[in-house]
Design a protein around this ligand. Sequence first.
Ligand code: 0WD
Length: 256
Amino acid sequence: KIDLSDRTYVVMGVANKRSIAWGIAESLASAGARLVFTYAGERFEKNVRDLAETLERKDFIILPCDVTSDEEIDTAFKQIGDQVGKIHGIAHCIAFANRDEIMGEYLNTTRDGFLLAQNISAYSLTAVVKAARPIMTEGASVVTLTYLGGERVVKNYNVMGVAKASLDASVKYLANDLGKEGIRVNAISAGPIRTLAAKGIGGFNEVLKEMEETAPLKRTVTQEEVGNTTLFLMSDLSSGITGELLHVDGGYNTIG
Ligand code: 0WD
């Protein structure tokens, strides 16, 4: 059994109960970990607090961290360091693109929309890791969430696909920078899961249906399955893995 009871993890991107970040929080909590939550805007604070209250451990911490602001990221990680000392890992579960740019043709992407998606969905990982570096222990593990649309064309994913490609490359460069400190950086490529962010993507129901028909496991995956894979990547069981993109998608990416 994985025991993380002497470890602290930062979980970024819980918007509500359906968030993949919440699935990750529950998996880490099941291994006894102490959790720190960061949320994007005031409208999410109560959601995060209500969810955190359901956890067995009550020594969680909840802080604002809008990743478009370097200042907010720096403040958040300074406060985390002050309150918990060292951290053992970060789950980065954050992405955003303009709704009207994750449908139709990619060609219609605007400059602002492109930069916004890159800023929140890709650069934020680098900014967060940079700010967290001083408080990460040797052996710490960083996990981000990506999607197949960064590796190949997935209908409607458009500007977010390009941002995920950038995120995937960032994982490799960050893993190379931090490997000498014993810190690992990996991505999980999750299959489609019905969440708030997924609602914005054009034709999402069809994507779920195709997955059920086509994936080797003939079903979609759950937040819990992504959570448990994150638990593995956070634990020492995965100590030899870094710079990797691990698909948790019922094998869907191998077909076609
Ligand atoms: O099918 C899916 N749901 C998949 C999601 C398949 C593969 C990957 N992913 C990825 C997403 O691209 C994202 O990186 O998983 C990650 C988590 O997404 P989610 O759990 O599907 O969606 P959601 O519950 O909406 O969480 C994303 C959160 C935001 O919610 P909103 O509803 O505001 O978009 O990202 C956070 C926010 O909590 N977020 C920010 N956090 C800090 N600063 C910011 C920001 N500026 N913007 C969004």
